[in-house]
Structure formats: C-alpha cells, structure tokens
Design a protein around this ligand. Structure first.
Ligand code: AMP
Length: 564
C-alpha cells in the first residue's frame, strides 16, 4: 500500500550549487562573455560590455578602499534604478563590504533607522528624483555634513557614518562625488582588491535588505554571497536564460527582485541587464522592450496590469519577448493568461519567495502546462526544501493548507542585530517560517492561499481573501480587487472589497453582489464594497491592506467587540 504523500518537497537539479563569491562570478562572466553587453540603460546613455562593466567595478572597489572602507563595513545605497546602483552592488561585493539596500521611498525617520541599525560607514545616494530630494533629506538628518571634510563626517545622529557619496550633481558641500571615487584608488588598493578575492568567502554576508514593511517594523535581512548568487542563478536557469537573453528590469533594484533575480541571474548566465528607467513607467517599459529587443520581462502583478491596460499597448512590437517573471504578490490568473498571449511571453514563469530566502523558493518551469503555469507558483527550486505545517508544526498531507517553511542554501543568516526576532522565524532545524499559507498538490505544484496575518476570521470561519479576489477577477469590468477584513461588533471581522473598475466602465455594488450570488458561499460575499482609483502599496507592489483597513474603519466608525 502506498503511503499518502506529505507536504514536503526537496528540489533536485543537474546543476550543482555555485561555490563562489559574487566577485568571482563577475570574473567568469568577463572570461566567457567579455565583449557582450552586460548593462544597458538607455536613459543614462549607458551600454557596457561585461569587460567594461567589470573594469568600472574594480576601479570603484579600489576607490572604496581608498576612502577608508574596510572589509565587513556597511555601505548603504539609496537611489532608484541607475547604473551607479549596480556598480556599487558589485564593487561592494569585490571589496568585501556589506551592501545595505535602502528603499528610495524611505523618508527621514526610516532612513535614520536603517543606517543607524546596521551602522553604515558610507552611503551612496542619488541627488534628486521627481519629488524626492535625497540630498535635502540627508542635510536635514546630518546638519554637520555641509561643513564636513568629504569622507570624514562626524554626525551626532549617525556616529558611524563617515562618507556621503553623491551620484550626479550639483555636488553638495561635504560629499564625495561618485564619479571621483574610481580615481582615488591607487595601485596599492587595486592590489588589495586582487588579494581580497582570495580571502573573501562565499558564506560572508554581502547584503542587508530591509523587509518591505507590510507588517511590523523593518528588519535587516542579512544575506551571503552564497544565498543570493545561487538564487539568481537558479531563477535564471528556470527561464532557460543564456547570454542571448536580455532582461528588461523595471522592478526596483533595492529589492531582491531587481538585484538578485535581475542582476545576479545576469552575471551567472551572461544575460544582459536592461533598465527601462529609474522608476516604474509602463510606457517606458514597453518602449524599452521593443527598442532593446528584450526577451525577458519582470514585474509585480500591478506592473503587468498597467502595461496591458496602457492606451498605447497595442502599438508595440513585443515579439522579442519569450519569458519573464511575475512575482512578489499573488498573481491573478487572468493577468497571467493575458501576459502569455498578448505580450508573447509564452514561457512566462511565476516565482514565489521572500527576502529572507534570497528570495525565490518556488518557480514555474517554462514547459509546465499553461494551466499550472498561470494558476500555481510552480514547483520547488533546485537545492531547496519546503514543508507545509499545521499550527503544532506537524507536516500536513498533500492538498492541505498550512504554513510554508523553507530550508536550504537560500535561508538568510538572520536579522541584523536582532537575535530574538531571528529566533522567532528561524528554528533550530534551519527552517524559515514564512508566515505564508500554502497548499502543495500531489505533483508538487504549490499555491499560496494567503498570509497567516491576511486571514479574515468572520464569526469563527476562516476566510482567505485571495480566494475571493480570484473569483472577482473573473468579472469583466473589474481591473483589480483587494479583499480585507474590517472590525465588526458581531462577527469580529467582516469582509470589505476595494475594486478598481476598468477604464471607461461603470460598476455598481448590486452588480457585484449579483455576480457573487449563488456562485460563492454567502459568507464570502463582502459586506462592504467600495470603488477606488488606487490601492496603498509599497514600491515593490505589496498592497498594504492594513492601511485600507484603517481608512475604512475610521470612515465608517467600525470597532471590534472586546475580547477577553
Ligand atoms: P518580500 O520579502 O518583500 O519579497 O515579500 C515576500 C512576501 O511576498 C511573501 O512572504 C509572500 O507573502 C508574498 N509573495 C511573494 N511572491 C508571491 C507570489 N508569487 N504569490 C503570492 N505571494 C507572494
């Protein structure tokens, strides 16, 4: 008799893990694809081969040492997607520094918290972008900067910070110009970089990313070369990327989607990184795919929705596209289907993961059946293990819901200087408890059905917003929908729907109710239906349901009944 399958999966591969640092991967890229394009950023007039790119990286790394930064020091980067960002990423890795990626949407208190928490010794910063005046914010936070000797700052609020490195101009007093750093490194520093390449270990921390803040206060996820280099490599392999591919990267570099799944997939497989602009713009993305003949396109679901619904969408020739990734948030089936057909991304994949697991742990394969490719997050990634457990921590049978836990090379070292918070999510067996609720089927395909915190409990019944969102997505007039819980005296929580209606259409609450009636269980039909223009969300496309909840509760004066 065969045993019923457990919800435990372990990924195999014909390719072993890479046992090298990011610097060594760059050397190999130069040796294999030196004259091919590495980085293209049309809006910055940049078109560098791997050889040119690596030469700039090495010069910058030597300059960092000349500035007095020592291996192990933290260096922040606070900018939208620019070539300097990527140079800093690779140069930091070469020089043994830990890159601290800072959300460009951060404002003063968040910036101060992040830089202070990890004790950054330097920050590479943009000057200004649209309404974000980075230099002005830094001057407010660091009044000492204007009179400081460049590279020798002493500021009361951030005592570890020595250097503010400014991208672009006009150069502010007290800063070091990004473009001047490469020339600062002399022969001695260049020799030191070569020597370091033999000393640095792939298990050394190389990156700290602050989690995006959909829940709780930001924590510094500390990742090694081994974590992120391999994750980029295996994510790229799942799309069968080679040196003939060109990845259009409109997702933010400060998040793992850009810097790992984009930049590190490129360096390990030789694909070209193509940046369509500093911030996300659907039109610029479509233009760049067409002009640069990109084969691969990344995005969170809301980005693909914006591209598909752009009034000029049909004008673009997207025939060069083959594959790509939709990830970062639940991916609506209808949107995936349109990406397959209308954007020519016949081999598009969905990836699932989280920053703490570098990030990807599930991804569909390019040859998975279409139905599986659009409706699941695929199967387990190579060399990664996942189990789905119940509230007691026991593995559930296949097909049952539970919390998804991940183990393997991809799991972070921990949250920087937060031993307790790390122990809350990382257990003694090495499992990262994701807080996501998943179901794995008999063939190993996984569905993310909610987050533990996203669960709405109405009168003791567990309701999974994801399921109701998927249903409402089938309505032809609904462009996007979010379901969340709001306080209720009687039931504890009630469901609320926020709906974005397609351009040129009108939709009423009774129509929505009629669409649900008889189709889904009565208790899944939202008590409140509201129509909105946009959803509050983080830069990485994470919808902030807690913000929506607060707004509705305040406006309607909703309060939960007291509990014991
Ligand atoms: P972050 O650490 O910012 O990458 O956020 C990770 C979280 O995003 C996960 O824990 C999930 O809740 C969510 N997420 C990422 N990818 C997916 C996906 N494909 N489907 C559903 N949720 C996802």
């Amino acid at each position: 008799m065969t045993q019923p399958l457990d919800s435990y999966v372990s990924g195999t591969s014909d390719a072993p893990l890479l046992g090298e640092t990011i610097g060594s991967a760059l050397d190999r890229a130069v040796a294999r694809w030196g004259d091919r394009e590495a980085l293209v950023s049309p809006s910055h007039d940049v078109r560098w081969t791997w050889r040119e790119f690596a030469a700039r990286v090495d010069a910058l790394a030597a300059g960092f040492l000349a500035l007095g930064l020592e291996p192990g020091a933290r260096i922040g980067v606070w900018s939208l997607n620019r070539p300097e960002w990527t140079l800093t990423q690779f140069a930091a890795a070469r020089a043994g520094l830990i890159l601290v990626t800072i959300n460009p949407a951060y404002r003063l208190s968040e910036l101060e918290f992040a830089l202070g928490k990890v004790g950054c010794a330097a920050i590479v910063t943009a000057t200004v972008f649209k309404t974000s005046n980075y230099m002005e914010m830094l001057n407010t936070l660091l009044p000492e900067l204007a009179r400081a000797t460049p590279g020798d700052l002493h500021a009361a609020r951030l005592p570890s910070l020595r250097a503010v490195i400014q991208i672009g101009g006009p150069k502010a007093p007290g800063t070091v110009a990004f473009d001047d750093i490469s020339a600062m490194g002399g022969a001695r520093h260049r020799e030191q970089i070569v020597a370091l390449s033999k000393i640095l270990q792939f298990d050394d921390p190389v990156n700290i990313q602050f989690t995006s803040g959909t829940t709780g206060s930001p924590k510094g996820v500390t990742l090694t070369h081994h974590n992120i280099l391999n994750n980029g490599y295996f994510t790229g392999r799942a799309m069968r990327l080679t040196e003939n591919d060109r990845i259009c990267i409109p997702v933010p570099l400060y998040h793992c989607f850009g810097m790992v799944m984009g930049n590190l997939a490129s360096v390990t497989l030789g694909a070209t990184m193509v940046y369509p602009g500093e911030g996300f713009d659907p039109l610029a993305t479509l233009q760049t795919v067409e002009r640069e003949k990109c084969t691969t396109l990344y995005g969170v679901p809301t980005m693909f929705i914006a591209e598909l619904d752009h009034p000029e969408f049909s004008k673009f020739d997207l025939s060069s596209l083959r594959t790509g990734i939709m990830a970062g948030a639940p991916c609506p089936i209808e949107v995936m289907k349109r990406v397959n057909t209308e954007m020519n991304m016949r081999e598009v994949t969905i990836a699932y993961g989280m920053t703490e697991t570098s990030p990807v742990s599930f991804q569909s394969a390019t040859d998975d059946p279409l139905e599986r490719r659009v409706s699941t997050v695929g199967r387990i990634h190579p060399h990664v293990e996942v189990k789905v457990v119940d509230l007691e921590g026991r593995i559930v049978p296949r097909g049952e819901r539970g919390e998804l836990c991940t183990r393997g090379y991809s799991v972070m070292l921990g949250y920087w200087d937060e031993a307790e918070k790390t122990a809350e999510v990382l257990d003694a067996g090495g499992w990262m408890h994701t807080g996501d609720i998943a179901v794995i089927d008999a063939e190993g395909y996984c569905n993310i059905v909610g987050r533990i915190k996203d669960l709405v409990i109405r009168g003791g019944e567990n309701l999974y917003p994801r399921e109701i969102e998927e249903f409402l997505f089938r309505h032809p007039k609904i462009q996007d929908v979010q379901i969340f819980g709001v306080a209720d005296q009687r039931y504890g929580e009630e469901l609320c729907a926020w709906i974005r209606v397609r351009a040129g259409e009108t939709l009423t609450e009774p129509e929505v109710r009629a669409f649900c009636d008889g189709q889904i269980a009565h208790n899944k039909i939202p008590r409140y239906v509201e129509f909105v223009e946009e959803f509050p969300m983080t830069v990485t496309g994470k919808i902030q349901k807690f913000v929506m909840r607060d707004q509705v509760e305040q406006r309607l004066g909703l309060k939960a009944a007291k509990t014991a």
